[in-house]
Design a protein around this ligand. Structure first.
Ligand code: ZN
Length: 597
């Protein structure tokens, strides 16, 4: 992996210089600001390289070990702080002033290392009543690593992602219920016995107090869409109501929900073995005009005991102009995959949606950073929702399941995210609420799941502990995802089976700004109007009310649905890649390069 990375960096320097410079908005207006901005870029890279090393992916980078990077980071960061202070407070262009503010703001998030989502804290500290809010959060995240990475099941250990996947795929009802109850130690670690001062209930009180001072992720999301925080709740309820109307009246047990909706996952499971995840993912993105291998993206997809308990994507280095040539962003994806399956593949495609988001940024160093959380999560689902379209399945898996089954599998996961969003929104508003009762109320009313006040079965998402309020970026984000998918289809045509213009076109129209533009402006310009829940509501209404389905013991194959074998492709994933991407955008993309250097 590392060699590949060095190769692509080395190659990028071979591009003949293009007309990059101040006129393209990639450089500062003032020479003094430019010098500080390039120092910022070095500090920012050193920070993300240290975090990469601490994730356990590699021990050296560009020939330097952790100690050398740490020395470099400390020295340059101190210099940067000084230089930023010395910049004049007036007389700069508006763009330079915004860039300085962005650098100051983004620097606050620099940690100088530390493993993301795998804190040094201990899970057992979550039971301590004297612990501060931030330490309590870290202890809860540690529970996801310590317990979530080794759930006991059938005499062995499985991790959280595998257990969720098994809930979709396990036909035997007793076995399925056993998978569900494998989460009990995690639920207890997070929410004790649901007593008023359980770890989660103390933590959410701290989160609500903090949000009252500084605003919450939910306030941020409302601002990013351009609506009132009260409208966020209304929109979430509208989505849940649409699902309620399309999912019949029969109540089901929580351990059967994913199974009942996940027929598509089961029927396609054998066509998505673990080892096929990456080739399928890469093949799809190649068809979308984004060659992930060529971009030098780093992957760390195997489980390790101490590793982050969820999939995530981050910068390794940040793209910038070096000697008049664009040196691309390098991204990395971390995930703990033990198994294949469509549910897992959908998540991997989502993570790589983040990769193409950040590699598509073309801006001055101050703005080569994530857009808002809402836009980032919403955009990552733009390509990943295609995995639940039959045409996508036919092309990339060689098999497809009927549209109704595919859509039900996809939107069951989406509405769970919406349910968690509403759950957090209401916990923030009234942090003394009994979370089990609230979750039972939401899931029984809208998802027809039998209430179990004794079970904290909502406590399976790392984000609930690490970033309280973050779930809104998925729940409300789904509204933006549906909007973006609809608009791209109208502008470019369907892209479920690829379109080599996709990546370049989205870079140009949406992604190149990085952190420069706020989400409301970006979406307004992209859609030509304000965001509305209509596109997502229409998607959910593609679902016909489901006939009550037995969740008894029957094998996937006997469920009465057939899997269609496509005559065009043999089963498997080794299709030839379609058209090579056209280097049509700005002329300095990585694939301008000779491939063999
Ligand atoms: Zn994501």
């Amino acid at each position: 992996m590392k060699n590949l990375l060095i190769l692509s960096l080395a190659c990028s320097l071979l591009i003949s210089p293009k007309s990059l410079g101040a006129d393209t908005g990639l450089m500062a207006d003032s020479k003094r600001v430019s010098a500080v901005e390039y120092l910022y870029a070095e500090v920012s890279d050193a920070n993300s390289i240290l975090v990469t090393i601490d994730s356990g992916l590699l021990s050296t980078y560009q020939g330097k070990d952790r100690t050398a990077w740490q020395q470099f980071y400390r020295k340059k960061r101190a210099k940067l702080a000084k230089e930023l202070d010395r910049l004049p407070a007036s007389g700069l262009s508006a763009q330079d002033t915004r860039a300085i503010a962005a650098m100051r703001n983004q620097m606050k998030a620099f940690t100088g290392g530390g493993a993301l989502f795998s804190p040094a804290a201990k899970c057992q500290d979550a039971t301590r009543k004297d612990i501060a809010y931030r330490d309590l959060k870290s202890a809860l995240v540690a529970c996801f690593v310590e317990i979530g990475n080794s759930l006991s099941f059938e005499g062995g250990k499985i991790n959280r992602v595998s257990a969720l996947d098994l809930l979709h795929e396990t036909s035997n009802p007793g076995r399925r219920k056993a998978v569900f109850f494998a989460f009990v130690p995690l639920w207890q670690a997070i929410n004790g016995n649901n007593e008023p001062d359980s770890p989660y209930r103390r933590m959410i009180a701290g989160a609500a107090a903090e949000a009252a001072k500084n605003g919450s992720e939910i306030d941020n999301a409302a601002r990013d869409v351009g609506i009132d925080p009260a409208d966020v709740e209304r929109w979430l309820v509208q989505i849940l109501d649409a699902w309620r109307e399309s999912s019949g009246d029969a109540m089901i047990e929580p351990w059967d929900f994913r199974y009942q909706a996940g027929e598509a996952d089961r029927l396609l499971a054998t066509f998505v073995p673990r080892e096929s995840l990456q080739p399928i993912n890469q093949s799809y993105y190649r068809d979308l005009g984004a060659d992930l291998e060529h971009m030098g993206t780093l992957y760390d997809l195997s489980p390790r005991p101490e590793k982050a308990a969820l999939a995530y994507t981050e910068f390794v280095t940040h793209g910038r102009v070096v000697n008049g040539v664009w040196r691309p962003t390098v991204a990395r994806v971390s995930a703990p995959y033990e198994r294949g399956g469509l549910f897992v593949l959908n998540e991997l495609v989502h993570e790589n949606g983040h990769v193409v988001n950040i590699t598509a940024i073309r801006n001055r160093p101050a703005f080569v950073d994530w857009p808002s959380d809402l836009l980032a999560e919403a955009f990552a689902d733009v390509p990943s929702w295609s995995t639940y379209e039959p045409v996508w399945q036919r092309r990339y898996l060689g098999h497809e399941v009927p549209e109704q089954l595919s859509l039900r599998a996809l939107y069951s996961v989406v509405v769970l995210d919406v349910a968690w969003s509403l759950f957090e929104l209401r916990m923030f508003r009234a942090p003394l609420t009994d979370p089990n009762a609230l979750w039972a109320e939401i899931t029984s009313r809208y998802l027809h799941i039998a209430p179990h006040l004794e079970l904290s079965w909502w406590a399976v998402r790392v984000q609930l502990a690490d970033l309280p309020g973050y779930m809104v970026n998925y729940g409300l984000g789904a509204i933006l995802t549906a909007e973006m998918r609809q608009h791209i289809s109208q502008a470019l045509g369907a892209f479920d089976t690829g379109d080599s213009r996709w990546y370049g076109w989205l870079s140009e129209h949406l992604l190149r700004y990085g952190s420069e533009r706020d989400t409301r402006t970006l979406m307004q310009n992209f859609l030509g109007r304000a965001v509305s829940p209509q596109a997502l509501l229409e998607q959910i209404h593609r679902l016909k009310p489901a006939a009550p389905e037995a969740t008894g013991d029957h094998s996937a194959d006997s469920a009465g649905y057939s899997i269609f074998l496509s005559p065009e492709y043999p089963a498997g994933f080794s299709q030839p890649s379609s058209q090579r991407p056209q280097p049509a955008w700005h002329g300095y993309l990585l694939w301008d390069l000779p491939t063999q250097q």
